[in-house]
Write a protein that binds this ligand. Structure first.
Ligand code: ADP
Ligand code: MG
Length: 266
């Protein structure tokens, strides 16, 4: 598998990472090195363990075996470097809290549980809301937002954390065109400022346009490397098996896959 170039720091490293829910292994011996400063796509079929991998990187699920490091650090020091955007379905949107409070929660790692948010915390929260185009909704209850707006609030919360590494679970799933554009702009901006962003992506459409580096996961790492090297029919077949009805055709130009061709999952 292609390695991270020696002059690029490794942002996310796992070795032998194995996670099981009630003795059923979900991730098996995952060894990954992901480059700093890249937009990394994490792709694989439903149930492949994508969300579980993010949770293991965050320390939200304990591994059965193996370890994780973020920019060379482990444990709590690693988690302080990470901002997380959970999968939208996993959040209780009826929780009675307004948009600004949700974004301020992103500052809690810095605020400490018993300290009130400082003026700087509030300013950073407002700035993050502006970055995702949601400042006008700051005092709205989160239950009263559309799906796309909710997604943007969670992006703002992650931004307010001022993390080095961002883990985003399907930020583009089921969002409207305006939110999709806002998310893509944000991803580019994070990369331009040297951040590392690992994005779980739900389909194969435009994978080549979005991501510098691609991880194909199906309980194990099927492939990990620069997108052009990883996004090949053989690798996709290995990751999706029979569930991939249409494989991208090889291009005539010699690139592994023709732009615009999409895999269609059944
Ligand atoms: P993905 O995000 O790729 O769709 P997940 O990481 O959510 O996959 O899930 C991987 C597997 O682990 C699935 O079979 C799922 O049913 C199972 N799983 C996920 N979370 C739990 C949990 N909290 N308890 C038991 N099984 C779980
Ligand atoms: Mg998932």
């Amino acid at each position: 598998m292609p390695a991270v170039p020696s002059d690029v720091p490794v942002a996310i490293r796992t070795r032998g990472l194995t996670v099981a829910y009630r003795k059923e292994p979900v991730l098996q011996a995952v060894d990954l090195d992901l480059p700093a400063g890249a937009l990394v796509g994490l792709v694989g079929p439903n149930g492949a363990g994508k969300s579980t991998l993010l949770k293991a990187l965050l320390g939200l699920v304990a591994p059965y075996a193996g370890w994780v490091s973020i920019l060379g650090r482990g444990g709590a020091a690693a988690r302080r470097l990470v901002g997380y955007v959970p999968q939208r379905e996993s959040v209780d949107w009826d929780f009675p809290v307004d948009v600004l409070d949700v974004v301020l929660m992103g500052r809690y790692g810095r605020i400490g549980l018993f300290r009130r948010p400082s003026r700087q915390d509030r300013e950073r929260a407002w700035e993050a809301l502006e970055q995702v185009g949601m400042a006008a909704f700051a005092r709205r209850q989160i239950s009263q937002l559309s799906g796309g707006q909710q997604q943007r609030v969670f992006l703002a919360r992650a931004l307010a954390q001022d993390a080095e590494v961002y883990l985003m679970d399907e930020p583009l799933a089921g969002v409207d065109a305006a939110t999709e554009a806002a998310v893509l702009t944000l991803l580019q901006r994070l990369r331009a400022s040297g951040k590392t962003v690992l994005v779980v992506h739900h389909d194969l459409h435009a994978v080549q346009a979005f991501f510098d580096w691609l991880v194909l996961l199906n309980r194990r790492v099927v492939a990990s490397g620069p997108t052009a090297q990883v996004f090949t029919p053989d690798n996709l077949q290995a990751a999706y098996g029979g569930r991939l009805a249409v494989l991208p055709a090889p291009s005539e130009a010699g690139a592994p896959v023709a732009p615009g061709c999409q895999g269609v999952m059944t």
